[in-house]
Design a binder for this molecule. Sequence first.
Ligand code: NCC
Length: 277
Amino acid sequence: GRRRSGSQLYCELKRRTRIRTVDGTQEPFSALGWARLVPSLPLQELRTSQYQSCAVVTSAGAVLNSSLGREIDSHDAVLRFNAAPTRGFERDVGNKTTFRIINSQIVARPQHEFSHSALYQDVTLLLWDPAQYAVNLTKWFQKPDFDLFSAYVERRRLRPEQPFYILHPEFIWSLWDLIQDNSEDQIQPNPPSSGFTGILMMMSLCREVSVYEFLPSLRRSDLCHYYERYEDAACTLGAYHPLLFEKLLIQRINEGGRDALRTKGKVTLRGFRTLRC
Ligand code: NCC
């Protein structure tokens, strides 16, 4: 990949990040009546609600003992991931949740109790599934990596008032292309982590984005998640996801200071709306 300066990279990210959800206009979803199943307000139009400041809270073990809860909650909107809880961890991660990105394992695996758990209520939910790079929606519908469609349909019927979107696999893979085109190495052909997708989504929706513990602070350890006692360095550096390359890319556009990164694991990013490209 060619190496671009921070501001060129910002503009490329802005130009190539087009949030897209499964909206029922394409087969096989159109024939199944999904245009009426999905929320009537497109996710892209949330932009008009103009969030000034947004926080992205990764699930890294390094947020433990950070005391960042109050700072995180002071943002207009907060994005969290998968089964990451706030209850019991308020001091370090806060308790406001506006958006939650979940991968298809959350809705497919019984231990996550997707239909019952309070984690997935009263928030805007964004669900994704890896799918294949050359996306054939009919094949994906027949054979997703984890069955997300039946849980989605059921949830839409039971809670039609909850904003709940499926991220379009072409959106996910367009972010993979962005990472590959801006990396020196060949990256693995697996989709970006929920964290990277979430950061780019919030840059589309907010004027300024604070990201916590995506680039690790001095608290960095092998502890995978702040809410579990499981250790694996691959959680921070990546195995399946091209996480290391995602992080190198975000490092290049960080507008926050060195101290904020070291002590808080905090990166500050400009929202696309504020860029003049
Ligand atoms: O671990 P996960 O992500 O839920 O974490 C959310 C995002 O936080 C960032 N992260 C996490 C841990 C860490 N030590 N450093 C980090 O930077 C990453 O950006 C990550 O995306 C996922 O991306 O959806 C992932 O989901 C888990 C798992 O499916 C869910 O937690 C549900 O149990 C994946 N783990 C496995 O499949 C075993 C993980 O690879 C990615």
